[in-house]
Design a protein around this ligand. Structure first.
Ligand SMILES: NC(=O)c1ccc[n+]([C@@H]2O[C@H](COP(=O)([O-])OP(=O)(O)OC[C@H]3O[C@@H](n4cnc5c(N)ncnc54)[C@H](O)[C@@H]3O)[C@@H](O)[C@H]2O)c1
Length: 247
């Protein structure tokens, strides 16, 4: 109930399946939560019941000015920032092999998943440093670890997130800022559940040894990485994937 007591967390993509579970779990563990999403209604719903420990803001994670302003608003409201959780992102059924994938899909996912993570870190890490250190939790994917044929835009973006996680972990260790990423397998959010039985997703889903994940499985890992329990864990890409990456 109090693993994150005293922590102030900034979450992007807070209104989606995984983002919402993370916000709920962070609040449950005593954190104050700034829930941001391009859909502010969804972000607000994610922190319902958070009372004065919650703030919901409309933010396009791929827009530097909006991200910078939201960080300032978060600090103005709660006084500091200790945790950045970069969740905004996700593949789409437009993705494909490079020879077939639309260029727009490549730039969409690079802007949201990779540049969005870059921006939140660019404007958020200085606040973590001011607070004496903190934890960055990025969302990558098993697509950064194993081959996911026909998802070439998404794997490029998430591979970038994994590499960025490692270089930032080394770059900010002297500031006591830890940087890790979670690599989920197929997690049954509403977006993914809608396509779970479709061809290429089904083949991957069937290789999950312990069944498919739910958003709370990812949220539990996010709590651990955000908490002081993980105080010497940094630069890691931690799979929450039902063993699919070794199967
Ligand atoms: N669900 C899975 O199977 C799975 C697997 C591996 C990795 N992931 C990663 O986990 C993260 C969350 O996935 P999810 O399934 O919960 O996705 P989701 O689609 O349920 O949620 C994504 C959220 O991001 C928001 N969003 C979209 N564009 C935005 C923008 N420009 N700025 C800010 N917010 C924006 C949406 O409004 C939505 O609330 C993503 O980074 C995804 O790549 C998910």
């Amino acid at each position: 109930m109090s693993r994150l007591k005293g922590k102030i967390a900034f979450v992007t993509g807070a209104g989606g399946g995984i983002g919402r579970a993370i916000c709920e779990r962070f609040l449950f563990e005593g954190a104050r939560v700034v829930a941001t999403d391009i859909d502010v209604g969804a972000a607000s719903a994610a922190v319902t019941g958070g009372g004065d420990r919650a703030l919901a803001l409309p933010v396009d994670a791929g827009d530097g000015e909006q991200v910078r302003e939201a960080m300032a608003r978060a600090v103005e409201t709660f006084g500091a920032l200790n945790v950045l959780c970069n969740v905004a992102g996700g593949s789409s059924m437009q993705d494909d092999r490079v020879t077939e994938a639309p260029e727009e899909e490549f730039w969409r996912v690079i802007r949201l998943d990779l540049f969005g993570t870059f921006l939140a870190c660019k404007y958020g890490i200085p606040e973590l440093v001011k607070a004496g250190g903190g934890s960055v939790v990025n969302l990558t994917s098993i697509g950064a670890i194993i081959a996911l044929p026909n998802w070439d835009c998404y794997t490029a973006a998430k591979g970038g997130v994994a590499a960025l996680t490692r270089s930032m972990a080394a770059g900010y260790s002297a500031d006591n800022v830890r940087v890790n990423a979670i690599a989920p397998g197929v997690i049954l959010t509403p977006r993914v559940a809608a396509r779970e039985r479709i061809g290429r997703v089904k083949e991957l889903a069937d290789r999950h040894m312990l069944g498919l994940g739910v958003p709370e499985d990812v949220a539990h890992m996010a709590v651990y990485l955000a908490s002081d329990e993980a105080r010497i864990v940094t630069g890691q890409v931690l799979s929450v994937d039902s063993g699919v990456s070794i199967n």
